[in-house]
Design a protein around this ligand. Sequence first.
Ligand code: ACO
Length: 378
Amino acid sequence: MFRIALVGIPRWPGEITAIHEPGRTFGGYVDDELVGTACAFSTRIVVPGGARLPHLAVTRVGVLPTHTRRGVARALMNAQLSDARQRGVPIATLRAAEGGIYERYGYGVAGWNQVVEVAARRAAFRAGVPLGGPVRLARPDERWPLQRRIYERVDPGWIGAISRTDEWWATRRVRAEEDKQEPHVVVHGRPGAETGYARYHAASGPDEPGAVEVDDLVAADDVTRAALLRYLFTIDLVDTVRFGALALDDPLRLMLVDERPVRTVAVEDEIWLRLVDVPAALAARSYRGSGEIVVGVTDPVLPENSGSYWISASGVKPTTAAPHLTVGVATLGALYLGGTRWAQLAAVGRVEVAEPGALAVADELFATDAAPFCGTFF
Ligand SMILES: CC(=O)SCCNC(=O)CCNC(=O)[C@H](O)C(C)(C)COP(=O)(O)OP(=O)(O)OC[C@H]1O[C@@H](n2cnc3c(N)ncnc32)[C@H](O)[C@@H]1OP(=O)(O)O
């Protein structure tokens, strides 16, 4: 059904149950006919301060073209959110097929990624960039279990990173292996103690001889990362290395003598974030500085989130005090990982400001060191 809703998805070759987590698929029915779905993977997400919170990775939202625009998706999204709330999941995120759909359900854009192309033959590393240890290519039979083992060992801790489930790996594996171009996995670190990998394949466009696309890049440290990049930039006959998703503040440019071989060809919204349990999610992240503010939140879909919250570096608690700043839950979702500033959203009318000085306090409280980035597509 989802393949009919989202035109262009290839037929799934195996058992569909392998890619659906039990209990996480909602169906929308009209007269006993299945006309819509909303699915999810149960993972964990890293929030500012490093806590890993239960997280719903929402995916495969679709309604048959014969039944769109009559509230099926709305019913599915609302049911999914209520269910997550009851199960104690404080955060949901998704990747949006279109930008105009999900804000009405309380999702805001909390993180972006950039698509980057590197003219590999011109990419010379600066003297201070680590050489890294030797790399090796994974054998086809070990490719997938090895990626998973390394991902779980590295256990990415950047803000916005998520864990990956059985169903997620099953989906990725089949989709990557059915591609015309075989995936290759290059690995860094001693066998049994690998510290990172990059998965890439030859670009398939007829006008792209000599181009490879990197679909996944995971490194435990700077040494590993440098080693994997050095490998990718020195493959014979490869002129262009395209990274499908890097963090906005990725240091790649800074590693090179000349930055110009690195070109950002697109910036895309990546993390659409929904605070399912506002007090739990606010209390789970860290805050900076000595300021304090009262934030008012409105959430028509999950009204139990509506209210005022006192926020400071020492904690978060509900309050009856009048809010300094008031936002819809989608705007709070956009702010939550620190990727957007309160002052910016106030300037475009997305924050109701009762106390103008509170904007600078809020920006200091919510500030983080790194741009939020997930790096896991679902
Ligand atoms: C996370 C992911 O899975 S991304 C993949 C999303 N899926 C797709 O793009 C597949 C193709 N599209 C579809 O299946 C459907 O059109 C859906 C799922 C996007 C929407 O389903 P519908 O049942 O038509 O949505 P529903 O009738 O509940 O509409 C709810 C609201 O969203 C709006 N809306 C629905 N689709 C869109 C859209 N593509 N762009 C903008 N607004 C939209 C409706 O106008 C309605 O607005 P309102 O609340 O102001 O009345």
